[in-house]
Design a protein around this ligand. Sequence first.
Ligand code: 5GP
Ligand code: ZN
Length: 113
Amino acid sequence: MDCIFCKIANKEIPSTIVYEDDEIIAFNDVNPEAPVHILVIPKKHISSLDAAMPEDEQLLGRILLTIQKIAREQGIAEAGYRVVNNCGELGGQTVHHMHFHLLGGREMLWPAG
Ligand code: 5GP
Ligand code: ZN
C-alpha cells in the first residue's frame, strides 16, 4: 500500500519522531502551523476516523492519552493546546491514514476556517 504515514511508521521515510510505542508513533509535521505541530498516528493503517472500528476503541483512547503525555513533555500542557482530526474531503483530510494534529506554542483561533 502506498501510504506515506505507513512508510513513516516503518521508518522507510525519515521524520523527526517525538514518541513511539508498540501501537503509536508521533512525529513533527513537515509543514508546521504552530511552534509545536506534531502528528500522532496509530502504526496500524486506519484510513480515517470514520474508518475506525469498535475494536479500535482502546487504541483511540490510547492515542488521546498519548497526546496528553506528549503535550506535557513538550511543555505546552499548562498554557493549553489544540488537538485536530481532519476527516474526509470536507474535513480537509489530505493524508489518508488517520492522524491527530497536536498544535501548541501560540494562541489558537476559533472557529476553524
Ligand atoms: P491533514 O491535512 O490530512 O489533516 O494533515 C496532513 C498533514 O501531514 C499536513 O499537516 C502535512 O504538513 C503533513 N505531512 C504530509 N506529508 C508529510 C511527510 O512526508 N512528513 C511529515 N512529517 N508530515 C507530512
Ligand atoms: Zn497508512
